[in-house]
Design a protein. Structure first.
Length: 647
């Protein structure tokens, strides 16, 4: 099939826009972190250089071809809503949220899986042709630039065993395969008819990519001995992608799915000497010393690390998928490193090199970026196809800067290359990439408070990262300023010279999440000055800009509504003005869910997000209500007057 993507889907240069100029002026004048109480000093803005917008744009929102200029009025136009603890979705007044494509939705009208029973009785063959579980990262690929027809591509991160199976456990080979088939990615043709979005059942584009789908390892580590198994002595052919968390997309029309907690699928049935033979690499990435809850190791040799010690090395990558070619083999891009990948956000440098920002979601792990060797050429599919196979991977060091305690500073990008003398203990570039974490350890990268989503401002190209929380934070620094961090923060940085390929940057904390509704022993737990009793939240996770530069923040945190989390309710989505730093609550999800993934149609009038694992603790029946099993699902959000989301 050909790519029905036209130039309207590709990034354009909005730098001459009047609104943008105003944003830049305010940004220069108003940067810096303001503490709510007398802790530390109000910082002086660290930006002195003028800013130049240069196209690119790595937000997880599509950059439309001028069809939606940034807002002329205030960036945040909606009325904030209160917290909620109900088993429902609440959204700002004047907006409507409807459910689309929940777990189990059939993608085809005949054959296995054509009907969803809803009691967990479907078999593996049925699940392979239905929507998977635990919707996460998502992207809308417009068909011919349309805002009413496109491909929704989304991740299915993991499964809720208690709902996936009638008896709540994996206890057969078919169960294990069903579980694998509920993982991965869905490519779903969607269309809006008479105002209502629906799945185009039987579309030739509809596709499930699962934990069993053949994919190819590419890039510097492909074929290396570390990636060879008895089933695949070539070290290039892998079955499946697992624990697909956040996502990215490229300007050449591909989807990036990010393998996160892959370690949880690998165990061993030989528990007589648990842990005795896990090597340092398995320990660093957290493979189980014994059995796992999904029991794959019991049904497949490849998931037993004592039998196939290299199989786990074939997971933890970013996988590139062509959503418009149902026959295309997904490619695991080893040049981008092997970590617990959260998501991926790109920027295009002035010389055309592609930069991809990434986080490793583990307490005290790192932030990375990849800089391609080749250059992006708009419209040149052959040139762009394998840009992610060759380049340099860097890990970030966040320094405190001139002043400690002001929550801003400087940073450096440290190269993870065989030429780096600090990595002489690694045998090759492939070794560095397979053991990315250990290489980053050796370079002295800054351990962060669990890096989650990264996003790039579509005009200023500032990069924002959510650091969700870190109960294991013992030693603080300016970017991670609280021990036992229960609320999380968002850090942002600007590359030197506004060049995404630069080796240095300046950073500050955009928001220190907190809870000012309760008495706090540590004043920092009230949060930064832009956290109020009206917008309090914990554990920022999903993150993305829209075309106009609104920053959308999603939470995957503690929803107990008690103690540290009193008055914070269910997980939620908020929206921030990156200049004024104002944050407003836009939406609240149902009981025991997380809110994750976001993408807009090119006209910015439809927003798709995902509700993941409602009722993970057994207390939700969302969305059907009654006694139904809860289901992860996509939410379609529109403004009742047909306007742009966020206005
Ligand atoms: Fe799958 Fe780090 O969230
Ligand atoms: Ca500092
Ligand atoms: Ca996440």
């Amino acid at each position: 099939m050909t790519h029905p993507i036209d130039s309207e889907d590709l990034p354009t240069n909005p730098s001459h826009n009047e609104h943008f100029q105003r944003v830049v002026e305010r940004a220069v004048n108003r940067r810096g972190f303001l503490l709510k109480t007398g802790v530390g000093a109000a910082a002086v803005g660290f930006l002195s250089a003028g800013l130049t917008g240069c196209g690119g744009g790595g937000s997880d929102a599509p950059v439309a071809g001028g069809s939606t200029p940034p807002a002329a009025g205030p960036l945040l136009g909606f009325t904030a809503i209160p917290t909620d603890t109900g088993d429902r979705v609440t959204v700002a007044p004047g907006y409507t949220a409807t459910v689309l494509a929940p777990w189990g939705t059939p993608l085809f009208s005949t054959g296995p899986g054509a009907t969803w029973v809803g009691d967990g009785s479907e078999d593996a063959a049925a699940q392979a042709r239905q929507m998977g579980d635990n919707h996460d990262g998502i992207h809308y690929f417009a068909i011919n630039g349309k805002s009413d027809e496109g491909l929704l591509v989304m991740n299915h991160e993991y499964t809720n065993l208690q709902y996936l199976f009638t008896n709540g456990v994996v206890d057969s080979l078919d169960d294990a395969n069903k579980d694998l088939n509920a993982h991965g990615v869905a490519v779903v043709h969607v269309k809006r008819t008479a105002g209502t979005w629906a799945v185009v059942v039987d579309s030739a584009y509809n596709r499930r990519i699962t934990g069993n789908t053949l994919m190819q390892l590419t890039g510097p580590a492909a074929g290396d001995a570390l990636l060879q198994t008895s089933a695949d002595p070539t070290g290039t052919a892998v079955f499946g992608t697992l624990n697909n968390c956040g996502n990215g997309w490229t300007p050449w029309g591909t989807y990036l799915t990010c393998e996160e907690n892959f370690n949880q699928y690998f165990g061993t049935t030989n528990t007589a000497n648990p842990g005795q033979t896990r090597d340092a690499n398995m320990v660093r990435y957290g493979l189980s010393s014994g059995t796992t809850s999904r029991k794959y190791e019991q049904y497949f040799d490849r998931f037993d690390w004592q039998k196939e010690p290299n199989e786990a090395n074939r997971f933890g990558w970013i996988v590139e998928i062509d959503p418009f070619d149902v026959n295309a083999t997904p490619k695991k891009r080893t040049a981008l490193g092997r970590i617990k990948h959260e998501n991926a956000a790109y920027a295009i440098a002035a010389d055309g090199r592609v930069v991809v920002y990434m986080g490793d979601d583990q307490a005290n792990d790192y932030v990375y970026k990849f800089v391609s060797t080749g250059r992006y050429i708009a419209g040149d599919i052959v040139n762009n196809r394998n840009l992610l196979d060759s380049g340099t991977l860097y890990v970030a060091k966040f320094n405190d800067g001139a002043t400690t305690g002001d929550m801003m500073g400087t940073g450096e990008w440290l190269p993870l290359t065989a030429a780096n003398p600090a990595l002489s203990a690694f045998s090759s570039q492939a070794d560095i990439l397979v053991r990315t974490r250990q290489a980053a350890d050796a370079l002295g990268a800054t351990p962060m408070d669990r890096p989650e989503w990264v996003t790039v401002h579509p005009q200023t190209r500032e990069v924002y990262v959510t650091l969700t929380n870190n109960s294991g934070r013992a030693t603080t620094n300016d970017a991670n300023p609280r021990t036992g961090n229960v609320y999380g923060q968002i850090v942002r940085w600007r590359e030197a010279g506004n060049d995404p390929t630069a080796l240095t940057f300046e950073w500050d904390i955009f928001v220190l999440a907190g809870n000012p509704t309760i008495a706090q022993a540590n004043p920092l737990n009230n949060g930064s000055s832009n956290v109020t009793v009206d917008n309090t939240f914990n554990s920022p996770d999903g993150l993305g800009f829209d075309n106009a530069g609104r920053l959308w923040i999603q939470t995957d945190g503690n929803y107990s509504n008690t103690g540290n989390y009193a008055n914070q309710g269910n997980n939620q989505m908020l929206c921030a003005d990156p200049v004024t730093k104002e944050i407003r609550r836009f939406l609240v999800g149902p009981v025991e869910c997380e809110v994750t993934g976001l993408t807009f149609t090119p006209d910015s009038k439809t927003l798709f997000i995902n509700i993941q694992h409602p009722g993970e603790g057994g207390n939700s029946h969302w969305p059907a209500g009654g006694t139904a099993r809860p289901r992860s699902a996509t939410l379609v959000i529109t403004k009742n007057d047909g306007g742009v989301i966020g206005t």
